[in-house]
Every structure is written in structure tokens, then in C-alpha cells.
Design a protein around this ligand. Structure first.
Ligand code: ZN
Length: 460
């Protein structure tokens, strides 16, 4: 289900991306041989590489390149009390009405009371007070998926699939603190699957019922929350820029008071210009929220455990405040694909499709191509170089000898491979090969012995 696009060319772009993603092995419709499962998608051989690269780069920037953040991997199924304390059990089951355009969810009673602002009437029907979009029917709707824990299927065994990874961090706060030497401010990072039984999923992989989050909970002194909120907003915005997302495709939007989640004091979204974004043309990529001490305080109340932090400087104990940058893996995948998609005329005047993906994120880093396949010594040389490189590097290297060299370049351009390494007759004489760059088709000769260091420099 696609939202009304800004221009017909935008919808075209979306169709092209969906088609390329399927054809080249990035993203497939899920359960396809059984007619599919609504709004569910699987990541193919290239998609899983892009996804893993995004997660790895996030983890590097959060955990490896900093001294104040550690990682965690908590479970999807948790004690149901977690969701009572967090507010999800009740907050997620009120009668809700959702805007089909901006996807804001309103409590039905609050909406009628005008607490979100004046409801807009169009043709006798109420429309979204925020954007004027069409509203869904009112329904009692808990967003959490339910299942049974253990073999007995009764009320007492009902358990939920987590709707966010954040709570796994909060309930481990004290154990992480006790097992490490961290002092405020510090953070705990986690990447993992979350599940929300969305009323209106859609727009390809933008809004999914099963999705992956990259979340950081950054614990700070209570009075320093606003400073750190600003810090993370800038830090995260710069992260997307560093991955090659164009500045004109990104913006920061501060939430209005009536949009704030039940736990947040302030929240801003880093938004991307998705082709299907209605009204002003942007949709959420990542949310940065000031969750205050809401979560730890509630878990302390419900569990009866002391979740305070002892401050050695002041000799006092208190509950830290929390800043949460929360990013979606699939949304980042989609933004990277849209941001990188370009069409241009090549040397022969034919249309060249290029996926300009940052080399760090590109699924395949380099392709080894013998110039022609009917010259045995050329092919053997190319295979030898491929095998050596393959066994020594930690990234995806491709080998391709089928079709004309022009066609093979086009294929690599279209899947976003930043470098093509061509083995030609000169290679047999002087052990050099041609490197062709994806974005500008520039070619240069380098020594075979220098490939590894050449790629290493470019993939940072
Ligand atoms: Zn709306």
C-alpha cells in the first residue's frame, strides 16, 4: 500500500527500487510461493549484506569508537511484568484511531475531547487534527503480538513479543552497571528484532510488523538531559551524512507536545525524503527521545529493586535520565537505496542505472572481471587473483566472467559495487589490472599486489 506520492515521478522511483530490489536479490516478497504474507519482506543475498553492513557501522560508531558505551543482547520474550511497568500493556490497548496519512495514533476518547487539537471535518467525516489525513475506524488494539510461553495455552502463560528493544536495556541497567566500571554519562546499545501489530503497515519495507531496531539508551545526570539530547541529535544526524545520505534528503523535526509518547519529555525525528511521503515530503528515519527517568522509575516501583545510581562525587543516589536515539534498520536500508539510485547516459548513450551506496555499506565491495572469457590464461589469472583475495579479505568479493565486459559493468553499477577489477592482456605481462570506479567510471591501473591495500583505503 503506497501513500499518495508528491509527483508521479516519485511513484515511478519507488516502483523502480522495488523492482530492482527483487530482480537483483536485495529484497523479496515474503512467503512468495504461497501467495505472500501482507507487508512482509525477506532480505536476499545482497539485502542481507547491506543490512549487516548498516548494523556493523552503527555498532562500530556506538560501541567500538567510544569508551562510554557498551553492548547488550537481551531476549525478545520477557517477563510480562516488564510491559506493565513500561506502560505498553495498558497504553497499547486503549481504543485507538490512526491517521492513514501521518500514522499518528490517537486515543479515541482524547481525540473526541479535542485534546490533540480540533478534528478537521471533511464531507461529514472527521479527519486528522495534525495533517487532515483520513482516520481509521476506532478499535481496541494492543500493538503487542501475543503467544504462549510453555506448552499450556491458558491466560497465565500469555507472553508478548517485545515492541521495542529499549526495555531489555532498562531491566539490565543495574547488572550492566555492577559488572562494568562505567560512570555517568554512559550508554547501553542494542540491535535486535521488535514486533508491532501495526494497524496500517506498508510502503515497502518502511512500516513493518516485524522489524529490527538499533537502540541506544544513554544514561545521564538528571539536570544534564537537555544538553545530551542536543548532543545526540547532532551526532546521529552527522552519522547519516557520513554514510553518504544527501543533506537535502534529511531534516530534523521536533515533535509537537501532543505527539509525544507517554514517556517522553522531548522528541525529535531525523527524517528522510521518501518518495511516498505525503504533505511536506519527509518521514521518520530515527527518533531521538528524552525519556527522562520514566522507565527506570517505573521498573523500580514495579520490581521493588533499587535501580538508582550512586554518585561517588556527591555521595548521593538518584535515578538517571535517559536519552534514546532509536533507529530502524529496514528504514535505513530503504533510505540508502533511494538516496543512491541514479540513472544517467553512459559512453554509448545508453541508460546506466547506478546505486551510489557508500563503499562501507555496499554489499559487494569489488568484482573481479576477466576482460574476455574465451582466453584461457586470462581466465586462469583472474580466478587466481579472485581466490587469493577471497581467502584473505573479510568482505564480499564477486567474480563474473559471463557476458560482455560492458554488460558486466552495468550489472555491478546497478547493484552498487564500488570497484570493478578488470584483468586484461597487460595483466599477463606486467601484473597490473584496471580499477574502474562505479560513480565516475574513472579507470586507473594498479599492481595486483596492491589490490588489498587499495581497497582497504577506500572502504574506510
Ligand atoms: Zn495525520
Amino acid at each position: 500500500m503506497l501513500k499518495k506520492p508528491n509527483k508521479s515521478s516519485d511513484l515511478n522511483l519507488m516502483d523502480k527500487i522495488v523492482s530492482l530490489a527483487k530482480r537483483r536479490g536485495y529484497i523479496f516478497p515474503d512467503s512468495e510461493i504461497y501467495g505472500g504474507l501482507a507487508n512482509s519482506w525477506d532480505f536476499g543475498p545482497l539485502g542481507v549484506e547491506l543490512k549487516n553492513n548498516i548494523k556493523r557501522v552503527w555498532w562500530e560508531s556506538m560501541v567500538y569508537h567510544r569508551e562510554d558505551i557498551v553492548g547488550l543482547d537481551s531476549t525478545i520474550l520477557m517477563n510480562p511484568k516488564v510491559w506493565i511497568a513500561s506502560g505498553h500493556a495498558s497504553g497499547f490497548s486503549d481504543p485507538l484511531i490512526e491517521c492513514k496519512n501521518c500514522h499518528t495514533r490517537f486515543r479515541a476518547d482524547y481525540l473526541k475531547e479535542g485534546k490533540y487539537g480540533e478534528v478537521i471535518m471533511k464531507d461529514g467525516y472527521p479527519h486528522c487534527p495534525l495533517c487532515g489525513g483520513e482516520l481509521t475506524e476506532e478499535r481496541k488494539f494492543n500493538l503487542m503480538f501475543k503467544t504462549f510461553f510453555g506448552p499450556v495455552e491458558d491466560e497465565s502463560n500469555i507472553i508478548y513479543l517485545r515492541p521495542e528493544t529499549a526495555q531489555g536495556i532498562f531491566i539490565n541497567f543495574k547488572q550492566v552497571l555492577a559488572s562494568s566500571r562505567l560512570k555517568l554519562p554512559f550508554g547501553i546499545a542494542q540491535i535486535g528484532k521488535s514486533f508491532r501489530n501495526e494497524i496500517t503497515p506498508g510502503n515497502f519495507i518502511f512500516r513493518l510488523r516485524e522489524f529490527e531496531q538499533m537502540e541506544l539508551e544513554y544514561f545521564v545526570k538528571p539536570k544534564e538531559d537537555e544538553k545530551w539530547y542536543k548532543y545526540w541529535l547532532k551526532e546521529r544526524f552527522d552519522w547519516y551524512l557520513s554514510l553518504g545520505l544527501k543533506k537535502e534528503n534529511l531534516r530534523i523535526r521536533q515533535h509537537l507536545k501532543n505527539e509525544l509518547a507517554h514517556y517522553a519529555k522531548a522528541c525529535s525525528d531525523i527524517e528522510f525524503k521518501f518518495p511516498f511521503s505525503g504533505q511536506d515530503g519527509f518521514d521518520e528515519l530515527e527518533g531521538i527521545a528524552n525519556r527522562t527517568d520514566y522507565d527506570l522509575k517505573n521498573h523500580m516501583n514495579y520490581s521493588g529493586r533499587d535501580l538508582t545510581y550512586f554518585d561517588e562525587e556527591t555521595g548521593k543516589s538518584y535515578i538517571p535520565y535517559v536519552i534514546e536515539p532509536s533507529a530502524g534498520v529496514e528504514r535505513t536500508v530503504l533510505a540508502v537505496l533511494i538516496n543512491g539510485y541514479e540513472e544517467e547516459k553512459d559512453e554509448e548513450g545508453e541508460t546506466r542505472v547506478i546505486l551510489k551506496i557508500h563503499p562501507r555499506l555496499a554489499p559487494i565491495k569489488a568484482a573481479i572481471l576477466p576482460l574476455v572469457k574465451n582466453k584461457k590464461d586470462l581466465v586462469l589469472k583472474a580466478q587466481e587473483i579472485f581466490k587469493t583475495l577471497h581467502s584473505r579479505t573479510h568482505y564480499f568479493i564477486d567474480y563474473d566472467e559471463t557476458g560482455s565486459i560492458g554488460r558486466r559493468y552495468r550489472r555491478q553499477d546497478e547493484i552498487g559495487t564500488p570497484f570493478c577489477l578488470t584483468i586484461d592482456f597487460q595483466t599477463l605481462e606486467d601484473d597490473t589490472l584496471t580499477v574502474r570506479e562505479r560513480d565516475n567510471m574513472k579507470q586507473e591501473r594498479i599492481k595486483v599486489s596492491e589490490i588489498e591495500s587499495y581497497l582497504k583505503d577506500k572502504l574506510i
